[in-house]
Design a protein around this ligand. Structure first.
Ligand SMILES: Cc1cc2nc3c(=O)[nH]c(=O)nc-3n(C[C@H](O)[C@H](O)[C@H](O)COP(=O)(O)O)c2cc1C
Length: 394
């Protein structure tokens, strides 16, 4: 046992079920079990006829190159849930630096104790800000204070778990945590940019297409599809089930935005880079937007790099992450096939840190890396963008 955690070989949500405090899920406690099961119900279509290649698993996280599209998810109040061995400070310190060493990045959690976020930001300062503080949806004044701390730490991005309002141990406390309007979220984004910072804001805890669009409208540069591992509301669908519809809605929304921007800026549409070159536009700026499930989803836009004309490229796309029950590199492959850009994993990282410290994290990341690489090779996917629906069996 690690506190209330049964330290199971496979963290599938069954043993701890509805144990909170502890790593379990809320209510009848099946949320985490359902998340895990949904990934396992998706199967893989292998095809080994073709040339040999070395799969490229590398992933761009807002300018930082990660070894694979895996992120250690935020876990707060570790002492309460997992016992005395670590405080949030010591947990985050080990996790942040071990994740960096392993070639990935970690998010840190937040709690009612103000030292949690403060400790995380202090730890981040010592390592070029290589991490993502995740702030709970407090009243905006408290959020701004915590965001200032995160900005000062040089963090690579700042996240907010908007679903945390449902956490049993956060309800009815001071400062209050609760629902956030689009306007409040937009103010947070403006606050970040007014600090002269290009740091992306990430909204975690999205479970519907409309929730995703609201986050994007507020200015989020990434969303995390998450039901908080079943901890904030009983009987939510598994994240694997809601992922495709959310991807489709976000990509379609972006497409509309780009189209209308293009009309506003009078950027002519063209069918080929040659045609654009003839119009005096830079053909190297062509990019494609793939809307999963839409046959005509390839959309080309040419934009000039300079002046008042709108510029956009593939990196402007909102990043879509997903978490909940993802336990191996094969699950990562499935998430990418369903349209996610990357995944977050939470509970197994806590077990890794509590049991083996830095080495535990290094081994866990290596396991995910080897499994993802193997699956890509067996399915003929040279790189992450070659992973698609045809390689999974749903
Ligand atoms: C004990 C515990 C504490 C958590 N604390 C946070 C937190 O502070 N902030 C947050 O955004 N998510 C928190 N989460 C949710 C995780 O980041 C993640 O969304 C969820 O556990 C699903 O991933 P998993 O199935 O890989 O654990 C916590 C989860 C657990 C189990």
């Amino acid at each position: 046992m690690i506190g209330f955690c049964y330290d199971c070989k496979i963290c599938d949500g069954r043993a701890c079920k509805n144990t909170i405090p502890g790593p379990g899920a809320k209510g009848i406690g099946e949320g985490a079990i359902d998340n895990y099961r949904a990934w396992k119900n998706i199967k893989i279509n292998m095809d080994t006829i073709g040339e040999h290649f070395e799969p490229d698993t590398s992933f761009d996280f807002f300018g930082s190159r990660l070894k694979l599209p895996l992120i250690a998810a935020p876990v707060g109040a570790v002492k309460l849930h997992y016992g005395e061995k670590h405080t949030d400070e010591s947990y985050n310190e080990i996790l942040l630096s071990a994740a960096k060493k392993a070639g990935i990045i970690a998010f840190t959690g937040d709690g009612t104790d103000p030292h949690v976020i403060k400790g995380a930001c202090e730890a981040l300062k010592g390592m070029d800000g290589f991490g993502v503080p995740t702030i709970k949806p407090w009243d905006n004044a408290t959020c701004m204070e915590k965001i200032d701390m995160a900005l000062e730490s040089g963090a690579k991005a700042i996240a907010m778990d908007v679903d945390a309002a449902g956490l049993p141990f956060l309800q009815g406390l001071t400062p209050p945590a609760g629902r956030k309007s689009v306007e409040e979220l937009r103010k947070i984004v403006e606050h970040i940019s007014s600090a002269n910072s290009n740091i992306p804001f990430i909204v975690k805890g999205i479970m519907t297409p409309s929730g995703a669009i609201k986050a994007v409208k507020a200015g989020a540069r990434a969303i995390v599809i998450s039901n908080h591992g079943g901890r904030v509301l009983d009987q939510c669908p598994p994240t694997a089930h809601v992922l495709p519809a959310i991807v489709k809605a976000v990509r379609a929304y972006e497409l509309d935005m780009w189209k209308s921007n293009m009309a506003e800026q009078r950027i002519p549409e063209a069918n080929s880079s040659d045609e654009h070159a003839r119009m005096g536009m830079d053909p190297t700026n062509i990019f494609k937007v793939n809307v999963p499930g839409e046959e005509n989803g390839i959309f080309k836009v040419n934009v000039k790099r300079s002046g008042s004309i709108y510029t956009a490229d593939a990196s402007d796309k909102v990043k879509i992450f997903v978490d909940g029950g993802i336990r191996d590199g094969i699950d990562v492959f499935k998430a990418l096939a369903l349209g996610a850009d990357g995944v977050l994993v939470a509970r197994p990282f806590v077990n890794a840190v509590y049991n083996h410290g830095e080495n535990g994290v290094l081994n866990l990341v290596d396991k995910f890396y080897r499994e993802l690489k193997d699956t890509m090779l067996m399915c003929g996917a040279k790189d992450l963008k070659s992973i698609g629906m045809e390689q999974i069996f749903v």
